[in-house]
Design a protein around this ligand. Sequence first.
Ligand SMILES: *[C@@H]1O[C@H](CO)[C@@H](O)[C@H](O)[C@H]1NC(C)=O
Ligand SMILES: *[C@@H]1O[C@H](CO)[C@@H](O)[C@H](O)[C@H]1NC(C)=O
Ligand SMILES: *[C@@H]1O[C@H](CO)[C@@H](O)[C@H](O)[C@H]1NC(C)=O
Length: 602
Amino acid sequence: MHLLPSLLAATLCVSGAVNAVAVNPLPAPTSITWGSSGPRAFNGRNLALNGAPNSLVSDAWGRAYDAITSLHWVPQATEAPIATYAVFPTSTPKKKRGTTTLNSITVQIADSKAALQHGVDESYTIDVPATGQVITITAKTNWGALHAFTTLQQLVISDGHGGLMIEQPVSISDAPMYPYRGIMIDSGRNFISLPKIYEQIDGMALSKLNALHWHLDDSQSWPIQMASYPSMTVDAYSANEVYTANNLKDVLKYATARGVRVIPEIDMPGHASSGWKQIDPSIVACADSWWSNDNWPLHTAVEPNPGQLEILNPKTYTAVSKVYSELSGIFTDNFFHVGGDELQTGCYNLSKITTEWFAANSSRGYNDLLQHWVDNAVPIFTDPKTSGNSKRQLIMWEDLTINTPHAWTVPKDIIMQTWNNGPANIKTLTEAGYQVIVSSSDWFYLDCGFGGWVSNDPRYDILTNPDAATANPNFNWGGNGGSWCAPYKTWQRIYDYDFTANLTAAEAKLVIGVTAPLWSEQSDDTTISSKMWPRAAALAELAWSGNKNAAGKKRVTELTQRILNFREYLVKLGVGAAPLMPKYCLQHPHACDLYYDQTAVV
Ligand SMILES: *[C@@H]1O[C@H](CO)[C@@H](O)[C@H](O)[C@H]1NC(C)=O
Ligand SMILES: *[C@@H]1O[C@H](CO)[C@@H](O)[C@H](O)[C@H]1NC(C)=O
Ligand SMILES: *[C@@H]1O[C@H](CO)[C@@H](O)[C@H](O)[C@H]1NC(C)=O
């Protein structure tokens, strides 16, 4: 250390504790203290639970134990000082000390009845003692215990001789910063098979993300088999691209077993055509109109195919009520997402009932129309008779409150999911008193940066088409390349997002968490995992323990080796996470940094 320039020595000192940590679980626990007496052998086959047997917890330990014993994990990256470029393991197996083996886990859960719902206590502690044979885990609820296991499974590694060891005696006390930590999948634009959904949940459980926001349908397809309206799946992509009620329940069961809530979304009244038009064509406006991007003042949708529920047709509410009620009977979460984004006035311009309503009273405008939706639909959604849930809480995309057009008043107990204008909209919404889920597209949209997907697009033809070249000089290079939300959001960009930066303490308290959406126009089973992972793990740590170290400095550089290792771990567990760097960078910590100065990220 004394050979390093003093600035570097000083900065490495700040993260000195981390440098000593050869095993680097993700998300970084809020508090972790390491002993220095060297690793111990591990053989944690026995799980002792105090109190009544609890199959949820013992099954979860079974999975963690299987991962530990089948992977015999050799950490693939380490947080070594910049000058040494040490390759893991830094603590060699020969330092394994003593003859006693850690061979059992005691788990104490204060309240094993607490349901997996918003705000449930997810805290836990892990104590790996220097002596004795028992690792002690405490948690307030089952869900905290599950998080303890996903931490512990990342701490136990191969001893290099066919056995297992736990790197050092360790004491962890951990709890999330935010109660809502999600990713969003979209099975409306392209179908996603159950195994691929399970794969996402596996990654979520390991990174302690706890909310799977499932955008079930969109205007393009209706993949959900409905008992109330069997004809809706005429608009599934095929008979094989349909979720039965049992499929949905299986996903819910799989997720719950892993501490992941499933929040269904039926997008209404916009993004609604497929399925709905099979119930009754009169409840959908502008279905199958030309979307008119090429005549923008008349556009009926922001992407093909158009369709929005007929807000003024009373039959719409009968259908909405039955669909919502049936799905509420399957999805047990208190939260239900009822959409509300991207209402296009040009669509309702093709609706007879709407244009007549406007003609009858010239003071009426689109805001009044959307208010009609809120006034008629929200009471259906909140009525325990339709939801079957006396604790129902709604989520909407922010648009219905702050986009143009918007409703005049939206109840303040509806959670707003923000996706536009970054911190400015978070400020506006929390100032107005709404609880907010942050999905700012400039930071968290995982589908961005893959180019445009609409066809017959002359903007790419700029060498032979001078008009296109003049109008779109940067369409093919140096610009967005056709992706409306380009560029691609890198793991560093995601992790660096200080989304509560300009909020008062009271406003910041209204931010309940984050969700990274992966809209699936260009995703299906073949790409979902590589677009989702390991970037979602950067989001997971951001929401679990934040992006700053104890000194209040950005720790994205500390995350580097952690996320590189985590990506390898995901792949070994069967989650098809994309590589972030050449493997060289995993094995040569800091060799691939842009700046030698470790304080370059502020
Ligand atoms: C509505 O349609 C009429 C033609 O029917 C057109 O003149 C008008 O510009 C349209 N308005 C919008 C907002 O699309
Ligand atoms: C016309 O619409 C305006 C705005 O919604 C409303 O305040 C007014 O009461 C309406 N007038 C009639 C006669 O319906
Ligand atoms: C916070 O507000 C300041 C002053 O308005 C602005 O310059 C800055 O960009 C804002 N920061 C964020 C993260 O929005």
